[in-house]
Design a protein around this ligand. Structure first.
Ligand code: SF4
Length: 384
């Protein structure tokens, strides 16, 4: 391994945008979800524990070197520049810069273990890695990882406890749906039972659980099922976070084949919002305490966010207020949002006059439903 560098994988959850990234495995061991194109044409590898530990050592070394340039309440940027320029390779420079950015702009207390399903690792190896993070980077207070439901269900309660004791704090899991029919349709390789068993084990070990729900992924035929069965899983598991990721049928994904075969019909943008409402209406606020968030531009209403026990009715009211708007007002906001304006519909007047006119004209003039959905899709298809 080249000196002074560490590996970095391609993605992390948006909530880990400011975390240090530690690549423990490469790519996805499942790689069969029909909606996902992240790791296509790649193969999964487990990185040797010794190699991952060396990466942690490099991070710790860069952290020490950068902190040594802290003088009188500020960094000596000239010294940091000199050190950066003295790095032997471009890769080493990039790694040094990554640690610098994490220290100066990121969350110095958080690290995320990449890639798609670190929980597939043998628990004793993961314990060794997590323990090494805690030893070499003692400022870290939150260690998080992705884990697929099927993998979580297979880990023993004892191993979860060992991982918790070593310092694993949170697991992000793409449940996508609580419906077995939907899970099978999209090739998720997990069942509702896996989600409930796996999720409960995570929670019982006192590890935080953050799950992802994809409104619309069941298409028109399974929309009702997607909403009610997902609510059932949430009521059973009580995850700490439920993160909405509205489904978009991406160009080039295997979902296109499903659509072409006639087995799948995508919902309209508004119908996916109606599905979110239905899911929320089936949540039992006496059984859940976690937080629902819309922390991704892909969701139409970013403000649908709050605790599922105390804010549930406010979230429902908020969605209802949008659905009660005249169609033209709904369309204007839909388009503005899909063009990337992170606004509440009440603030459309804050857009630039040129954009307001464009949104108004397109919303009025495109009356054909297919044409309208195609326009929205052109924007959402480019989101990650
Ligand atoms: S498990 Fe995650 S990364 Fe792997 S194919 Fe499915 S969605 Fe993609």
């Amino acid at each position: 391994m080249e000196q002074g560098i560490f590996q970095v994988g391609p993605i992390r959850p948006p909530s880990e945008a400011n975390s240090l990234l530690l690549r423990v495995t490469e790519n996805c061991p499942w790689n069969k979800c029909k909606f996902c194109m992240l790791y296509k044409n790649t193969s999964f590898h487990v990185r040797p524990v010794a190699e991952v530990k060396k990466d942690i050592d490099v991070m710790a070394e860069y952290r020490d070197r950068i902190l040594s340039h802290w003088r009188n309440g500020d960094y000596d940027m000239a010294a940091i520049q000199r050190e950066y320029q003295s790095m032997p390779t471009d890769e080493a420079k990039m790694c040094y810069q990554m640690v610098f950015t994490w220290l100066t702009e990121g969350n110095k207390q958080a690290i995320f273990l990449q890639d798609a399903n670190t929980m597939v690792l043998r628990p004793e190896w993961l314990v060794e890695i997590v323990s090494h993070v805690r030893t070499r980077l003692p400022e870290i207070q939150r260690i998080t990882s992705y884990g697929r439901a099927n993998t979580l269900a297979r880990i023993s309660p004892e191993d979860f406890k060992l991982l918790r004791a070593a310092g694993l704090d949170r697991i992000h899991s793409g449940y996508e749906s609580g419906s077995d029919k939907v899970l099978e349709l999209i090739g998720k390789g997990a069942t509702q039972e896996d989600e409930i068993i796996g999720g409960k084990k995570v929670k019982a070990a006192n590890i935080e659980l953050s799950i992802y729900f994809m409104p619309g992924v069941g298409g028109k035929a399974l929309s009702n099922e997607n909403a009610t069965e997902t609510a059932k899983v949430i009521n059973e598991v009580n995850p700490d976070f439920v993160r909405l990721r509205t489904f978009i049928l991406r160009s080039g994904s295997l979902m296109e084949e499903l659509r072409a075969s006639g087995k799948y019909q995508e919902q309209r943008d508004i119908e996916k919002l109606v599905e979110i409402r239905k899911m929320l209406a089936h949540i039992d606020p006496k059984r859940v305490t976690g937080k629902l968030t819309s922390d991704h531009i892909i969701n139409l209403l970013e403000e649908v966010s709050g605790y599922l026990n105390t804010d549930l009715y406010d979230m429902l009211e908020y969605i209802d207020a949008f659905l009660a708007l005249p169609e033209l007002e709904q369309k204007k906001y839909q388009l503005a949002r899909r063009m990337g304006f992170p606004l509440d519909w009440k603030y459309l007047y804050r857009m630039q006059p040129y954009d307001q006119t464009r949104v108004e004209e397109l919303s009025k003039n495109i009356v054909d439903e297919k044409e309208w959905e195609a326009l929205l899709h052109r924007f959402t298809d480019r989101y990650i």
